[in-house]
Write a protein that binds this ligand. Structure first.
Ligand code: PLP
Length: 464
């Protein structure tokens, strides 16, 4: 791209959103009253996931990639209701563990729509998946190391295999989510063709796969394009080998992974999905006949369909910053602490003034820089620092936007905090799909240590 092209691209208007299906839902687009009612009924912290928006996101992906296999990367949000919405929207499921395969099966995905990506798979996961494959022989295992192939063979597996390639190109919004260049993921590109051909001696090799990392955005489109081009080249070489003595493989697809970015910041433009799709198709071309493009979006499907509601319980002016204490922390939404991620925050109001009177509507308050901090004993436990919000007061409800991907999924019980509840919105109705954990849930897996030994010790001590 020369400079002139770049300038032209910059002034081009964004693609027209599909009718009634905007390319992004901002935190300001949520119905404030509805969210306030849900928080009042179910308490906070509370995740709200809108299944209608999940369906819209699936539809935009389908529209942009009409000829591709679209697989939802389940790890972004594994809730049963979400998985069912995705299945009904005709996406397949890409699973990263036995647990995710189990959830996808329970949500009604048949083997032909299941893809298990094995990254240093624990023996227990391989045992489980090899077992599932006996009943669901159409499932596909994506393998990133020759050792994994060997371990599958030892379990009697000889079914569908896709070879995960390390393309040597990475992309991502943070170094911790860049996978394309990390040696951990995939067979090195130069050895991939050889690994695929050897695998074909035992398995049904149906595809090649690469996932660059998370966060394809306008600035990183070039590295995405490079990855896709390399994968197209690999597929052509496997299907139509340059050496006439090499047996061709009968590939079904080239999977170029996920990583479709969503705008977390309020003024960030949404991804121009049709343009990404066009660039992807161009870069992978020409695909041998019978070979499809496949993609694996996770975040894009669920991120802007989710919000996290949290209540202000403390407002503390300090010399350096105004600290707003809330009941959700890094145990509910880890992304800010883990990736320095930005999440939009909107004050929905509802709090009280110091004299007990109702506080004014958030729109009537001045924008004040505040640090929103959770209840966890960690300095990193903040949702934002010095960000201008409609000045929060005790009792206000805050909506944290774009929280539907890697939100509940990364929640933990650290600091012995029960995980939050989750409500799904579906065509106007709301239902609790994950109940709030209780203090009892925190200790449910604990067992008494060996009592006998203690008793003996006690007797010995007493006998002295
Ligand atoms: C996490 C992951 C994805 C999805 O990434 P997103 O950024 O959520 O789109 C796709 N494929 C693989 C193999 C992954 O590990």
């Amino acid at each position: 791209m020369n400079e002139g092209d770049e300038r032209d691209a910059a002034v081009e208007p964004p693609a027209e959103p599909t009718e009634g299906n905007p390319s992004v839902r901002r935190v300001s687009d949520w119905d404030a009253e509805r969210l306030a009612d849900l928080a009042a009924e179910h308490g906070t912290p509370l995740y709200v996931q809108d299944l209608d928006r999940v369906r819209e996101n699936c539809e935009r992906l389908r529209d942009a990639f009409p000829d591709a296999d679209v697989r939802y990367a389940v790890k972004a949000h594994t809730g049963r209701a979400v998985l069912e919405a995705v299945r009904e929207s005709e996406l397949d499921a890409e699973c990263a563990s036995a647990g995710e395969v189990d959830r996808a099966l329970a949500a009604g995905f048949g083997g032909e729509r299941l893809h298990y990506t094995a990254v240093n798979p624990p023996a227990r996961d391989l045992d489980y998946v090899a077992g599932v494959a006996e009943a669901e022989p159409d499932l596909t295992v994506t393998v990133g190391a020759v050792d994994t192939l060997d371990r599958l063979a030892k379990r009697g597996y000889d079914g569908r295999v896709c070879v995960r390639v390390n393309p040597g190109v990475g992309a991502g919004h943070h170094e911790k989510v860049r996978t394309g260049g990390a040696a951990k993921f995939g067979v090195p590109y130069d050895r991939a063709a050889d690994a695929a051909r050897r695998a074909a001696e035992r398995f049904d090799v149906v595809g090649v796969h690469a996932h660059a990392g998370s966060g394809i955005d306008p600035e990183q489109l070039d590295s995405h394009r490079e990855l896709v081009a390399r994968m197209g080249e690999l597929a052509r070489e496997l299907v139509d080998p340059s050496d006439a003595n090499t047996a061709p493989l009968d590939l079904e697809y080239v999977d170029v992974g996920g990583g479709f970015g969503v705008p977390y910041e309020e003024d960030e433009p949404p991804l121009d999905l049709p343009a990404v799709a066009e660039a992807t198709r161009e870069a992978v071309a020409p695909l041998p006949s019978g070979v499809d493009l496949a993609i694996e979006p996770g975040r894009y499907v669920v991120a802007d369909a989710g919000a996290l509601l949290t209540r202000v319980n403390t407002v503390k002016p300090t010399p350096d910053e105004r600290v707003v204490g809330v009941d959700a922390g890094m145990t509910d939404l880890l992304r800010p602490a883990m990736y320095d991620a930005y999440h939009p925050i909107r004050n929905l109001g509802g709090g009280r003034n110091a004299d007990g009177s109702d506080a004014s509507a958030p729109d009537d308050r001045s924008a004040t820089p505040v640090t929103v901090a959770g209840p966890i004993c960690e300095t990193g436990d903040t949702l934002c620092r010095n960000r201008a919000l409609a000045d929060p007061t005790r009792g206000d409800l805050l909506a944290v936007g774009v929280a539907g991907a890697y939100g509940y999924e990364m929640a933990s019980q650290y600091n012995s905090r029960p995980r939050p509840a989750e409500v799904a919105l579906d065509d106007g109705t709301a239902a609790v799909v994950r109940r709030r954990e209780t203090l009892g849930d925190l200790t449910a897996v604990e067992r008494e240590p060996n009592r006998d030994r203690h008793d003996r010790t006690d007797r010995t001590e007493a006998g002295r």
